[in-house]
Design a protein around this ligand. Structure first.
Ligand code: NDP
Length: 281
């Protein structure tokens, strides 16, 4: 029987700590952290995420600014808006909600954000700094995974970590973070041969492939820590992780559920990054 990692509880605790530090920052230095969220187009999932971010800002006492634009917004105009936010002293975090419409070059836009305000941790400066172990901001989902493990006092150093998925927002930054914490890290992807042989070596197994229940019971070592990043919606509207929970849970020592595991941590870490940006300003 595994310990079920309660991401909702931990994310509430993180947000409550952010709220306390925000009060202190206001009282002592007169700074209220500010987050700007830029949304281009009508993507329904993006709208839900943006609403969630606004709600979290209210919970922790930040001021938030939402800038929404139609999907035909010119790239140049978006770059100008980002520049304006870079100069705005009341804004400490800038987040451009992805995906962007196809005519806009995502890389250009991300690179236009001041790295100090890049609370998503996607700017090449912040990504590059992660190589040396320190950066202003680190990608929120992998940061949330590390935070969950730390709060549950799960040891990372010296352990064999296997990540399934090598995306720029989850798999790759998480590999660096785990390496920086002295894990031995293997990253799997669609060209990995005999993936079960690799995942069975893991003391810490992270599934971030976006394939419903692809991690089966026989792919997991007894006693492994299993972190499920996947969010897959079935035709019936049910949420499934990348891990076949019922098969894997009896073998694992710790496991994150979907929903209520990694998911809530992403926004909590976004709040933490924004607070840190304000505190450093
Ligand atoms: P991407 O689609 O960008 O990347 C998926 C990665 O998984 C790729 O590297 C891909 O390999 C690999 N992969 C896919 N299928 C397999 C397979 N069968 N075997 C081995 N590797 C495979 O996804 P993201 O990283 O953006 O997201 C991954 C999942 O996490 C999604 O379900 C997403 O919804 C969820 N997510 C959850 C978040 C949260 O807050 N909880 C935040 C972000 C994402 P290759 O490179 O070879 O194509």
């Amino acid at each position: 029987m595994a310990v079920i990692i309660d991401g909702k509880d931990i994310s509430d605790r993180v947000k409550s700590e952010v709220r306390d530090r925000t009060l202190l920052l206001k009282r002592e230095r007169g700074i209220q952290p500010g987050l700007a969220v830029v949304l281009v187009g009508e993507d329904p999932a993006s709208k839900i995420y943006v609403r969630g971010k606004r709600k979290a800002c209210e919970q922790v006492g930040f001021h938030s600014r939402e800038l929404t634009f139609p999907s035909d917004l010119e790239e140049e105009e978006l770059l100008r808006i980002v520049e304006e936010l870079n100069r705005d002293e009341s804004i400490h975090g800038i987040l451009v909600q992805l995906p962007l419409p196809k005519h806009i070059d995502k890389e250009q836009v991300v690179e236009a954000i001041d790295p100090k305000k890049d609370v998503d941790g996607f700017h090449p400066y912040n990504v590059g700094k992660l190589f040396s172990g320190t950066s202003y901001h680190m990608s929120c989902t992998p940061l949330g995974i590390i935070e969950l493990m730390d709060r549950y006092r799960i040891a990372i150093e010296g352990r064999e970590a296997v990540i399934v998925g090598r995306s720029a927002i989850v798999g790759k930054p998480l590999a660096l973070m785990l390496m920086n914490r002295h894990a031995t890290v293997t990253v799997c992807h669609t060209k990995t041969r005999n993936i079960a042989d690799v995942t069975r070596r893991a003391d810490i197994l992270v599934a971030a492939a976006g394939r419903a229940e692809m991690i089966r019971g026989d792919m997991v070592k007894d006693g492994a820590v299993v972190i499920d990043v996947g969010i897959n919606r079935t035709d019936g509207g049910k949420l499934l992780g990348d891990v076949a929970f019922a098969e894997v849970e009896p073998k694992a020592s710790y496991i994150t559920p979907v929903p209520g595991g990694v998911g809530p941590m992403t926004i909590a870490m976004l709040m933490m990054n924004t607070l840190n940006a304000a505190a450093r300003s």
